[in-house]
Design a protein around this ligand. Structure first.
Ligand SMILES: Cc1cc2nc3c(=O)[nH]c(=O)nc-3n(C[C@H](O)[C@H](O)[C@H](O)COP(=O)(O)OP(=O)(O)OC[C@H]3O[C@@H](n4cnc5c(N)ncnc54)[C@H](O)[C@@H]3O)c2cc1C
Length: 387
């Protein structure tokens, strides 16, 4: 067993620190405040070769794995910069196109995607289906001319308004028509400016740069060449990308938790109340130590899940545990950190409370922790299905 990171992996993990020297966390915060995509930062990450970390070298990427993507995201979030676009774009979109795209699709999207010239979003959530993906009702139907028409709606789609393309998970057969409920799904690559697409930004109360959108598809034309993988087999691609998604979000949570803890330790060593630094009081110290333990445990499981994925082994249970552990640990760490900061934790100047809403969201998205536990209980432990 080897827990040592390679030189390259260590450099990837430390990249967040280098990026911070160039931009400062204030840049990300300003974008978050204005709900503006952090384009300059994203362009730099792309220029430095990190957007295409998981894309094969032959297609313009670095040809590395989810472990390196996890290390990149963990290192960025450690510095208080959780970059969502690396989740929905680089991991959920460029990854599957690299793995399942036709030669034409790879040529069209990958090099430009890696270079940061085009961006992707990933559209699965629907208002009526919610967590129950099986009940998606956005439909892809043949148009009789060799192509398809897309109809339906999606919600909460990150970066849709600014992205150039979206991967849309649709049904080509109704649930009532299929043998297995996971049959009849198709993933298509759609131009976000295509005729028949209408988008409305959703006002969220979380300070994040990337906006979320509700999207309506009204007879949107989709060429047969825009189908990713096979018609009707989209669930297989989706299933394959869910573990990387959980792992990269777990990494983000570990990083945000560490960021909050580092800030708290600095503050608690410095702030003196009743003649001693507040960090000397066990009421503050123990929650911090407990959170550090939870974060490091979650980080280990995240890296293990990533290693398994990259080595072609099953990693569903590990990815679920990592996502559950890391999102819980991040919320606890930010809470313990807030306690140290007292009133200052709620000011913009110290910016600790700002972290909490996003970490809390990650207990719910992309899959709520209740479903994560359902999966662990049912598939990992052999308990009866509970829902
Ligand atoms: C900031 C943000 C960004 C997002 N980005 C994207 C994106 O880019 N692309 C995309 O497709 N989606 C995106 N989403 C959507 C997100 O993935 C969903 O909100 C999430 O999956 C939960 O679905 P829901 O909101 O419909 O909750 P619901 O399905 O309505 O569930 C509500 C609650 O019910 C409980 N619950 C549901 N089912 C069960 C069960 N079987 N057992 C126990 N408890 C259960 C859970 O506690 C859950 O939190 C985003 C959401 C947000 C807020």
């Amino acid at each position: 067993m080897d827990f040592e990171l390679s030189h390259e992996q260590q450099m990837i993990y430390e990249y967040g620190g280098n990026l911070l020297k160039q931009f400062g966390r204030d840049y990300w915060l300003e974008c978050a405040e204005k709900r503006e995509f952090p384009s300059l930062m994203y362009q730099q990450v792309a220029k430095d070769g990190f957007v295409g970390i998981m894309v094969p070298e032959a297609d313009g990427g670095a040809g590395l794995g989810i472990l390196e993507m996890v290390l990149l995201q963990e290192g960025l979030a450690d510095k208080g910069i959780p970059l969502q676009s690396l989740v929905v774009g680089a991991t959920m979109s460029l990854g599957p196109i690299g793995a399942h795209g036709t030669a034409e699709q790879k040529q069209k999207y990958l090099a430009t995607g890696c270079a940061g010239d085009i961006r992707f979003c990933f559209a699965i959530t629907e208002p009526d289906a919610g967590t129950n993906t099986i009940r998606l009702s956005t439909m892809l139907k043949e148009d009789g001319k060799g192509g398809y028409k897309l109809n339906g709606r999606k919600t909460f789609i990150t970066d849709a308004g600014d992205a150039d393309y979206m991967l849309v998970v649709a049904r080509n057969e109704h649930l009532s028509e299929v043998k297995r409920k996971t049959d009849g799904f198709t993933i298509v690559i759609v131009d976000t400016k295509a005729k028949g697409i209408e988008m409305h930004p959703i006002d969220l109360s979380i300070p994040l740069p990337e906006r979320q959108y509700q999207i309506f598809y009204d007879d949107v034309e989709v060429a047969a060449t825009d189908v990713l993988g096979e018609v009707g087999k989209g669930f297989d691609i989706l299933f394959e990308s869910l573990n990387p998604e959980r792992l990269i979000l777990a990494a983000m949570c570990c990083g945000m938790g560490r960021y909050a803890m580092d800030r708290a330790v600095e503050y608690a060593n410095d702030r003196v109340v009743f003649d001693r630094p507040i960090g000397a009081y066990q009421a503050l110290q123990h929650p911090l130590a407990k959170s550090k333990t939870e974060i490091e445990l979650a980080s280990l499981m995240t890296r293990k899940g990533a290693w398994l994925f990259d080595n072609g082994r099953p990693c569903g249970e590990e990815a679920n545990m990592a996502k559950f552990g890391a999102s819980t640990a991040a919320c606890n760490a930010i809470d313990a950190s807030l306690q140290c900061f007292g009133g200052n934790g709620f000011t913009k100047e110290y910016g600790i409370f700002d972290l909490y809403p996003f970490a809390r969201l990650l207990k719910i998205a992309p899959l709520n922790n209740e479903m994560v536990l359902n999966n662990i209980a049912e598939r990992g432990m052999g308990l009866p299905r509970s829902y």
